[in-house]
Design a protein around this ligand. Sequence first.
Ligand SMILES: *Cc1c(COP(=O)(O)O)cnc(C)c1O
Length: 392
Amino acid sequence: MISPVLPTYARAPLSFVKGQGPWLETEDGTRYLDMGAGIAVNSLGHANPILVAALTDQARRLWHTSNLYNIPNQEALAERLVEHTFADTVFFTNSGTEATEACVKMVRKYFDHIGQPERFRVITFDGSFHGRTMAMIAAAGGEKLTKGFGPLMPGFDHVPFGDLEALKAAIGPETAAIMLEPVQGEGGIRVLPEQDLRDVRALCDEHGLLLVMDEIQSGVGRTGKLFAHEWAGVTPDIMAVAKGIGGGFPLGACLATERAAVGMVAGSHGTTYGGNPMACAVGCAVMDEVTRDGFLENVNRIAGHLRQGLEGLVASHPDVFDSVRGEGLMIGLKCNATNIDVINAGYEAHLLTVPAADNVIRLLPPLNITIEEIDEALRRLEQAAVAVEGNL
Ligand SMILES: *Cc1c(COP(=O)(O)O)cnc(C)c1O
């Protein structure tokens, strides 16, 4: 008999009743060290008092009014995002995939607006992930996402990850944009080299294409910069943000330059909940924290320590681990053993990590995790590795 909850997830047999910082607690009081942070969402840890205060203060005053009216918290968050990024304007959503949808709708509207509606195709890299709506599974194109859901929405072309020659060759008279994750998340923490990112930007400029970046996972301090593209010193025209920006409250955003947003006017796009007072109260608190003096320096310091510890683990457990990759606190451990076995052994050691494609396990801890907690995570990961070795 089918479960009351549609069985679309292969869930671990675990559930939690409360959390604090990087710790999660089960009903019986067992504590797990959470190096997944709800898939890079709990950017400031569980039950962060600053976020709890922002949310409960707002909850006592006003939950929702709809976008029929001005929403001061939305304006405040948009101003913060505009101040700290390439963007001039922001559209708020409830989730990541709504943000990437808004990005692609904006691309199409832009070319329609400038009198080139025949340009609507978007090129993406293999292994990418942009969410689960009909358009976004077509955008990513992977078999696991699309199988059984055809016919797929037209307008997306796919090239091998990081293959700039294939990318060039795929550009045609109908091409409108290139959409990419600076660091692929679901695809296995694959970092697009900085030079590639600069070359893609140059290609877009040369061909009059818009560059769309999906920083839903890599953004909001995750890689040690506010946004991952800053490492390469180039900017997109349009960017999707979600996950970490809400710190655990559902919130997403589509950021754009004034030029790219030129076609979006009253009535072009909308959402009932997107950017509601509660979500934006939390979003403002997250932004204030992440852009605070010294916050990102600390992320980079912690990340360096984690990276060093992981390199040591890889060296001492070569049958389990192959290599470390990623940027900042967006780390992938490519495994030689089966990644799911390592993750399950982690559960036994009361450590939570997240699987990704390419036999990788992801470490995406809260950005404010301490060195001591990182050391504890490394000890537990070592314990998991030893257990996996024993079963090889
Ligand atoms: C998680 C994710 C999405 C989808 O976000 P949802 O909130 O699940 O819709 C899109 N792109 C990337 C890069 C992501 O990591």
